[in-house]
Design a protein around this ligand. Structure first.
Ligand code: GLY
Length: 378
């Protein structure tokens, strides 16, 4: 008989995991509470940016680089399965130095990345202008990470949903998972309102809500939400070719969804401890507009389309939670914080290997769901 899997969480990690498990022959049900607003996948900037986000060497670096490397093949397969396109772009990402001290930090980042054989290029203000002529002058220079990229995160989420249909995953929408059921230390199912879904394998991928499912053994604060507010500006012409980090935030040219003749720029994002409050605030919107107009003065005549907030899932020590739980059959992928979209291909691959009892192919030691740091959050 086929192994039964229940995937808890309908963001990109849950959807990709469900797809991979179904392809490996499991009978899969995806339980999607559809937390929106706040579902991070739908509102993410979509940067595939291990080299920007990893400021120093850490266990995250090899995982993040492996996932970036897997992205083109992952998207190719996804588009073939779903018969839909997911816009992506590999034009690199820029980090503009805001001061001499910041430039020094960025040069250190460049140095260790060079030692690891990665491409990272220092640009003068002239070099930056050649790449992005509309950006404000950068007297302290900028770091260019040419191998980082971007994907349209909302489209990725949507197309992963289409892939689930193609591979026969049962996708239960607006259904929250309440409790994990176990017998003798092994999973037997998941309780949802009004019924129990039997399972041999449960994948917990519920983002900021992961600690709220009862019975998983995760500490109540092992995963908490970190709010990221963003806004969208619509310009009359293309102003940016690639994402740019500037003082206080970042600007991302939207790959899809712009109205004809207009060009959207996403501006993000705050990092706020606001619990499960997914509202926007005047102060944050004001700050993001300021970031945008300082970095790209031509945006001062752009129109303001919308603002939103997403709840990034943060673990107690800032590293992803990825691996087997002490409960047999329970796999966890949560706490991916600023890198959920980036880490989707490697996470789904690892989860599928673990579900089938195979070696994960990457070192998961630092990401263990049972590491002490998760039980005793600061
Ligand atoms: N990945 C960028 C952010 O989380 O704001």
């Amino acid at each position: 008989m086929k192994q039964r899997a229940v995937v808890v969480g309908g963001g990109v990690l849950g959807r990709a995991t469900a797809w991979f498990l179904a392809e490996r022959g499991l009978k899969v049900t995806l339980v999607d509470a559809n937390h929106h607003p706040g579902k991070a996948s739908l509102v993410a900037g979509g940067m595939l940016a291990p080299q920007v986000e990893c400021k120093e060497p850490s266990p995250l670096v090899p995982l993040a680089l492996a996932s970036r490397g897997a992205y083109p093949g992952f998207l190719e397969r996804l588009q073939a399965v779903a018969r839909r396109a997911v816009p992506s772009s590999w034009q690199g990402i820029l980090v503009v130095a805001s001061s001499e001290a910041h430039a020094e930090e960025l040069r250190k980042q460049q140095a260790w990345q060079h030692e690891q054989g990665l491409h990272a290029q220092w640009l003068t203000t002239e070099g930056l202008r050649a790449l992005e002529p509309e950006l404000a002058p950068a007297p302290h220079g900028a770091l260019f990470l040419p191998d980082d990229g971007q994907v349209d995160a909302a489209m990725l989420t949507d197309v992963l949903g289409a892939a689930l249909q193609s591979v026969g995953v049962e996708h239960l929408v607006d259904v929250p998972a309440e409790r994990l059921l176990t017998r003798g230390g092994a999973v037997t199912g998941v309780v949802v309102p009004g019924r129990t879904l039997g399972a041999d394998v449960v994948a917990l991928t519920a983002g900021s809500w992961s600690s709220r499912v009862e019975g998983t053994g995760l500490a109540s604060k092992a995963v908490r939400p970190v709010r990221g507010q963003m806004l969208v500006l619509q310009a009359n012409g293309p102003l940016l070719r690639r994402p740019v980090f500037s003082s206080g935030g970042y600007l991302v040219p939207r790959l899809a969804g712009s109205a004809e003749g207009h060009h959207d720029v996403l501006v993000g994002a705050t990092m706020e401890e606001a619990g499960y409050d997914a509202r926007t605030t005047a102060k944050a919107m004001h700050g993001l507009l300021d970031v945008a107009m300082r970095a790209l003065p031509a945006l001062s005549t752009a129109s303001l389309r919308e603002g939103w907030a997403g709840l990034r899932p943060a673990s107690a020590d800032g590293l992803p939670i990825l691996g087997r739980s002490p409960i047999s059959g329970l796999l966890v992928a949560a706490g991916h914080l600023r890198n959920g979209i980036l880490l989707t291909p490697i996470t789904a691959k690892v989860m599928a290997h673990l579900a089938l009892g195979e070696e994960p192919g990457v070192d998961l030691g630092a990401f263990s769901p049972s590491r002490p740091a998760l039980a005793a959050p600061a």
